[in-house]
Design a binder for this molecule. Structure first.
Ligand code: NAP
Length: 304
């Protein structure tokens, strides 16, 4: 019986682990990949305090080393189910069951799909959700980026250094991304914009050859020849394995102690309903969740 099982080895889970070892809890961090978290797939991080600019992978390697040095134990497992049996939580994984007095869910979120014809068919053959991972396949080719948020603009800028031309297709006429990134995209000489437009279909044979675009204001539909489609239309939380209160999109609802609707189960980072999803906020959530879990396990502040 562990005091605390932390599910997820991204910024929230690793931060929770570092704090939990300092409270003297017997903990284990379950992770799917050796270096976890969407941030490991991010090219450059420029807003984690203390690092003016650092590769996402390097930042996560530093988090991991810090956790290992602090004495965190890791297990490579995929969690299939978490059952709340009152004071005992049963965590079923693809490599067996664990029991814990408390659980922190820090499973993050994955890219949402558009759900249009051709999207699933061409994943890995022209459709991608990660410029850092797949950008080099599109050297000197033409690509579109779908979306207007931070992910879309960040990755459009990465692609602009690799591809011949990047066209950002956005459903409105203004971007959601933070202004400093917008300014960089507007001043890049090989980034163009198609406003008020959605992608209706992705067409090709061996790989992507064209997309069908629809202007949402005029209703006009046209085809655009293209070799790559990078999609950034938001994120989908990895929370299907647990039955606790979530919002309509599946993000776990917590209070400011990261407590969920189940006593002894906490959520931290991108998988919870929150205003801001950044490395710094995920790390902060993990620290708070760890203290709350410690107080619960130690009986210092029993749940009501
Ligand atoms: P996001 O902020 O939710 O943006 C999603 C974008 O996709 C929006 O522009 C949205 O349009 C558009 N969209 C949604 N559904 C669509 C659809 N069906 N068809 C066409 N367009 C659609 O998601 P994100 O960019 O992945 O960012 C997720 C979180 O991570 C955010 O909190 C973000 O700040 C954070 N993040 C931060 C950084 C950084 O700081 N460096 C980098 C990446 C991500 P509308 O604008 O019209 O809603």
């Amino acid at each position: 019986m562990h005091d605390l099982v932390i599910i997820g080895g991204g910024p929230a889970g690793l931060s929770a682990g570092i704090y939990a070892t300092r409270y003297g809890l017997d903990i284990i961090v379950l992770e799917k990949n050796e270096i976890s978290g969407q941030i490991a797939l991010t090219d450059i991080v420029e807003n984690y305090p203390g690092f003016t600019s650092i590769k996402g992978m390097e930042l996560m390697e530093r988090f991991k080393k810090h956790a290992q040095d602090a004495g965190v134990t890791f297990q490579s497992s995929e969690v299939l189910n978490v059952k709340n049996k009152g004071t005992i939580k049963i965590i079923s994984t693809d490599s067996g069951e664990l029991e814990a007095k408390s659980v922190i869910i820090a499973t993050g979120a994955n890219p949402r799909h558009l759900g249009i014809p051709g999207e699933e068919e061409f994943i890995g053959r022209g459709v991608s959700y990660c410029a850092t991972c797949d950008g080099p396949f599109f050297t000197n080719l033409n690509v579109i980026v779908v979306g207007g948020g931070d992910s879309a603009i960040t990755d459009a800028l990465i692609l602009s250094k690799i591809a011949k031309k990047v066209t950002i297709v956005h459903r409105r006429d203004s971007l959601r991304a933070v202004k400093i990134m917008q300014d960089r995209a507007f001043s890049a000489n090989n980034i163009e914009f198609i406003w008020d437009t959605v992608v209706e279909e992705i067409i090709g044979n061996d790989g992507v050859e064209k997309v069908v675009l629809k202007n949402v204001k005029s209703g006009n539909v046209k085809e655009m020849p293209i070799e790559g489609v990078f999609i950034y239309v938001g994120i989908h939380p990895n929370t299907g394995f647990v039955e606790i209160d979530k919002n309509q999109s599946g993000f776990i609802i917590t209070n400011d102690r990261m407590e969920t609707s189940a006593a002894g189960i906490y959520a931290a980072g991108d998988c919870r309903k929150t205003l801001l999803r950044q490395v710094v906020t995920a790390a902060s959530d993990g620290a708070v969740a760890s203290l709350a879990a410690y107080e619960y396990v130690a009986g210092v502040r029993p749940e009501q």
